[in-house]
Write a protein that binds this ligand. Sequence first.
Ligand code: WT7
Length: 650
Amino acid sequence: MSEKQVFNPNPEFSKNARIKNMDEYNALQNKAMNDYEGFWGDFAKEKIDWIEPFTNTLDESNFPFVKWFEGGKLNVSTQCIDRHLDTRKNKAAIIFEGDRGDVQTITYLDLYKNVNRFANLLKEDFGVKKGNRVVIYMPMIPEAAYAMLACARIGAIHSIVFGGFSSEALKDRIIDAEAKVVITADGAFRKTKPYMLKPVVDAALEGETPVEKVLVVERNNEDVTWVAGRDYSYNELIKDKSAVCEAQVMDAEDPLFLLYTSGSTGKPKGVQHNSAGYILWAQMTMEWVFDVKENDTYWCTADVGWITGHTYIVYGPLAMGATTVMFEGVITYPDAGRPWAMVENHRINQFYTAPTAIRVLHKMGEDAPAKYDLSSLKVLGTVGEPIDPPAWKWYYEEVGSSKCAIVDTYWQTETGGHVVSPLPGATPIKPACATLSLPGIMGEILDPETGVKVGVGESGYMCITRPWPSMIRGVWGDEERFVKSYFGDVKKDGKPVYFTGDGANYDNDGYITITGRTDDVINVSGHRMGTAEVEAAIKKHSNVAEVAVVGKPHELKGEGIFAYVVLKSDDGVADEVEEVKIINNIIKKEIGNIALCDDMVFAPGLPKTRSGKIMRRILRSIAKGEKITQDISTLEDPSVVEKINSMVNK
Ligand code: WT7
């Protein structure tokens, strides 16, 4: 194995870091190993503003249905807002920068008022009660954060659907969650032009749905259709609402939100996160991994439609009382200097983005960082996929002037917060390596057959062998799927453990490198896309007989989507370009632009076993242009492999 170069933490930074060196890291991790409940119980007491203290730290008797901090009562919105008012009333909670450069600073006091008004609106005008589901389909504007926190304040369960998803995808999620309210906006701005969301909501609500009311934030003031008795203007209703709304007292394990994510099979699952455990780890990882200080300004470029936006734009930063930047626009607009201009203008200290964004910024503006004053930066983060060494090098040297720590944070929608990541003041970093499990997280790479920890350099399954506070609590409406999806693959000492779906290996120092999904999930620009979902969309085309979708390495996106389509008509395709367009339009309608295919071949058939199973491994090899090493003699029709291969790799 090649030994990677090691970068030690900047000693100046370490001096004041929350975790200063590896001895402190080891002491924390040892405490967690020796006294797991003590470790978590102490932090929960220290970090959370409990309305009533918890009586039991962890109940695993009904694993994987675990309970953390039983008996404890809290409210996540007071954890994020009210408790800061004494000391941080006039501190910026959110700095919003719009697409067109408009900036708005929202103090903790402003946030308190805006969230309370929003909560009163939902309660009084829409009759939203504790436990009701509210779908949020919003652009990146402060009202999206208010909506989340307003739901938390009254105990409603929000389910955010990323604004790039289509009406069909939105409808599926609305129906699965049985949401009675949708919060949206007329639209927002993208590259200074209006883009619309409300028409997508209108289309999603055609036919039978559980939705009674729609709240529309008027952001771009474009004309939209208003359905009488269903659609209401936020800007109108909010005017007369009281800025005081008593927070609903919530049990530690009351659900906080659902977030739908793709799995290897079937429709997206509603990942459920509950109140206390989630907010505890969101806050602790903010403090440890980004080491945000009182006067720092922190920016995560994600969208609130993904888990990164939930935990590291809204909940984590606000729970710790930080200043979080929210950005409506596109990071490459008007040019690839936009993020660096924002770092300079807002004096940003921690910057968190995805490798795909780094690759694009690198490609489009290699020299752009040098044109701005980036001296405020201390910690640079990445998330969503493995970062490749050239991107890492540029990020480290050009953006971070070789003095910032790069935290390659590994986690998932289901983990709620980071699970494997360097600590910026303590962990010696190796490029493109997520390094070590965070204190309290029992991450282990196991052999899927034996459940034994793999040796150095061997590949295994990335597992977490004890439940942690921000662990997924359920798949909405489907207990069996929850158990099967996450606890069905790997057993350690005969007992099921949480399996992430990722492969990984250890190096000589015990550092963890994540190698990618072991299942049929594709990682497109750091977002999960299930092959089954894309295939289901393509199958809606009446002329499609069969389809198989695989991931293929992509220069900018990490992975791109490669579809093998078998058409019903035998005489081939008259106009391939036209056919690709038709199919991509269907995907756009069923899922959204993020699932568009990068490559599509019209194949004469698919490689299948005699029992009819599609051999995706062969299709992946063909897509990559690799030599086929698999045994194809047992296939139903081995000749199809050569036929497809000669079409793809001419
Ligand atoms: C999947 C989770 C976590 C928020 C964004 C994506 C991949 C995530 C890393 C990383 C290598 C990574 C994994 C994981 N992934 N971070 N630092 N290095 N791979 O959340 O949509 O739930 O996707 O993203 O494959 O399972 P998600």
